[in-house]
Design a protein around this ligand. Structure first.
Ligand SMILES: [Zn+2]
Length: 160
């Protein structure tokens, strides 16, 4: 089955920048989330028309900032706000991971502590994300820790 046909990451976004001026008018930057104010799905995810196709706004902005989305991966929100398109509030993961993370965030609730402790599963995930080419800053944002903490993890210097 050809799954790449519907993958918005295959659009040559940067070669055709004219869409971005339309895109930019459709969200408002707040001090926390960047709120999508145009068309949304019932679930709250921002929708954007590109080349006659409807694409998810948060996936599009991910591609713009970080590059193509690997097959089978989802762009997830660590802020739990589906209409948010702020790149640092987004991270790549599986659908199952999203469900697990939501459970964890419900327990933790509130804003993330910059000195939050990383668990062993977190550390495994950080190595996976780094292998996929994510920057330490982007990984740090998704775990609510600084990029220094991510650097320490990747250099085996992290102590919880
Ligand atoms: Zn957000």
């Amino acid at each position: 089955m050809d799954t790449t046909r519907h993958d918005s990451s295959k659009f040559t976004l940067l070669e055709r920048p004219e869409w971005y001026s339309r895109f930019r008018d459709k969200y408002v930057r707040t001090s926390s989330c960047w709120e999508w104010i145009a068309a949304k799905k019932k679930t709250g995810y921002g929708q954007f028309q590109l080349d006659g196709k409807t694409v998810s706004a948060h996936r599009l902005i991910w591609i713009l900032y970080f590059g193509p989305i690997p097959d089978g991966m989802h762009v997830l929100h660590y802020c739990d706000n589906p209409s948010c398109v702020r790149p640092r509030h987004l991270y790549l993961g599986t659908h199952r991971q999203n469900m697990n993370d939501k459970k964890i965030r419900k327990r933790v609730s509130g804003t993330r502590n910059p000195n939050a402790k990383l668990t062993d599963p977190d550390i495994e995930e950080i190595f996976r994300l780094a292998q996929r080419g994510l920057s330490q800053r982007a990984i740090g944002a998704s775990f609510g820790v600084t990029h220094h903490a991510i650097w320490r993890v990747l250099n085996n210097k992290y102590t919880a």
